[in-house]
Design a protein around this ligand. Structure first.
Ligand SMILES: Cc1cc2nc3c(=O)[nH]c(=O)nc-3n(C[C@H](O)[C@H](O)[C@H](O)COP(=O)(O)OP(=O)(O)OC[C@H]3O[C@@H](n4cnc5c(N)ncnc54)[C@H](O)[C@@H]3O)c2cc1C
Length: 432
């Protein structure tokens, strides 16, 4: 089905509903502009909704998210469309046409998130919120903070008796099995890409054996493990057998600063591992057995983050080894991962056994822009595929991690700047 959505060339289209997209959309809407925010997932929040705590304050991301959701609900100039993915963009500043593919949710606005549909369904899928580390029913709420607070039916059960059971169980007539995929066109004057980042595929770093060893996980997955609602119920354990993971290794630059993988520095990974080393004390208190080893090329922290690094360095549980780990093997007796390499302070070879190895994987752009742009002049990208600020981009702007691997604070600043630039474009349209 193809539909034209009511919008004008004074509308600002924001693509991606993570912290950057929410910020850009809110800033523009609160300045009085008409804004449409589209998100490909069933709920807003992006990657921050998958983090356990924020550096440097170690607070939960849910607080900031709640404030943004309240602002979104209160703003009538801002329309949010979830499960909506951009597939094509054409036109020029003041006159863009975006083609958006909307995936069916099979659940309508009546949903009260009571969970009766999930109770009626037996099939499970790998939970995308937990990076597939645990199962979830094929009728599921994307996460506890999900906005909209509405269940989703996985396409794998559509057309089966289970879907009918879910419909019959729903007390508010919210299951709509007739929903179909839709393609809509949105006209707009300026476009902000806030399409974020995705973790580098760890299985491509062959010597680290991510696919072979269950006790080798990524930094993104560790965030989920620490969450009480995550795949291990908030426990730092060895995924292979559920035993406590008290001796943890962090491998920096896993897939970053490496011409075989991502040549760029992903910037965030050092702070992410420093933060995650504090999870150890949180979990095991002052237990003398607990220890973290951070294998690094050099630690990159700036401004106030340097204070955080110094604090971590004072923790006797945390050891720093200046070395790029060459390979990971598996200890034949314990089945634990063994990090092998050379410590460049002294050039000693090591073979260290750990309970859990965390790969601080690099960050890649969340969207391959080349595949959807049909603007005639393209958009300037850097060598990593991140959007650059360039006059040639016309009325298209990047925000947050779509422009660079950034922390949340800098993503929000970048998103606010993108909103201001987009506002100037649509102001010119209304003045002409
Ligand atoms: C392991 C790890 C830990 C971190 N911890 C911290 C921390 O403690 N503190 C901190 O400040 N920062 C931290 N960060 C960085 C933080 O995750 C980013 O700053 C933040 O996610 C940036 O938000 P964003 O909105 O730019 O991108 P994202 O969070 O990636 O959001 C992008 C959104 O765009 C959507 N999207 C993508 N493509 C499309 C499309 N085609 N159509 C529609 N929608 C689309 C995605 O579904 C997503 O919802 C960490 C990063 C890592 C790797």
């Amino acid at each position: 089905m193809m539909t034209e959505m009511v919008a004008s060339n004074e509308t600002i289209l924001v693509i991606g509903g993570g912290i950057s997209g929410m910020t850009a959309a809110l800033e523009a809407a609160e300045c009085g502009k008409e804004v449409i925010l589209i998100e490909k997932n069933p709920s807003l929040g992006g990657r921050i909704s998958q983090l356990y705590k924020y550096f440097p304050k170690l607070c939960r991301p849910s607080c900031g998210q709640e404030i943004n959701l309240r602002r979104i609900k209160a703003n009538r100039r801002l329309r949010v469309i979830t499960m909506a993915e951009i597939v094509k963009l054409s036109g020029s500043a003041g006159d863009y046409a975006a083609t958006i593919h909307i995936h069916p949710r099979y659940v309508n606005e009546n949903c009260t998130a009571c969970g009766a549909c999930a109770d009626a369904v037996v099939s499970e899928i790998r939970d995308p919120h937990n990076y597939g580390m645990s199962p979830v029913k094929a009728a599921y709420l994307p996460n506890n903070m999900a906005y909209p607070q509405r269940y989703v039916l996985d396409p794998s059960i559509i057309g089966t008796e289970e879907a009918e059971n879910a419909r019959a169980a729903c007390p508010v007539d919210a299951i709509d099995l007739d929903q179909k995929a839709q393609t809509i066109h949105i006209r707009c004057g300026a476009v902000i890409f806030a399409t974020g980042w995705r973790p580098y595929d760890a299985s491509r770093i062959e010597p680290y054996g991510y696919d072979r060893y269950p006790d080798v996980v990524t930094s993104a997955e560790l965030e989920r493990m620490m969450d009480p609602f995550g795949p291990t119920g908030g426990k730092l354990v060895r995924p292979s057998n559920g035993e406590d993971a008290r001796n943890i290794a962090f491998i920096q630059c896993a897939g970053s600063r490496d011409r075989n993988h991502l040549p760029h520095c992903s910037r965030i990974c050092c702070m992410a591992s420093l933060k995650q080393s504090t999870y150890l004390s949180e979990q095991f208190g002052e237990d003398a057995d607990a220890s973290a080893t951070i294998y690094y090329i050099d630690i990159r922290t700036i401004d106030r983050f340097e204070d955080f690094e110094q604090k971590v360095r004072q923790d006797r549980k945390v050891r720093f080894v200046k070395s790029k780990v060459a390979s990971i093997a598996q200890d034949p007796e314990s089945g634990k991962p063994v990090c092998r390499g050379v410590d460049t302070h002294g050039y000693d070879r090591y073979e260290n056994v750990h309970d859990l190895v965390v790969l601080a994987v690099g960050m890649e752009p969340g969207l391959d822009l080349g595949s959807i742009l049909d603007t005639g002049h393209g958009v300037a990208l850097d060598t990593g595929g991140f959007i650059e600020l360039d006059d040639a981009n016309d009325g298209v702007f990047g925000a947050g991690c779509a422009t660079n691997p950034l922390d949340v604070n800098r993503s929000v600043q970048s998103a606010t700047a993108a909103a201001l630039r987009a506002i100037q474009v649509v102001n010119r349209v209304s003045a002409s």
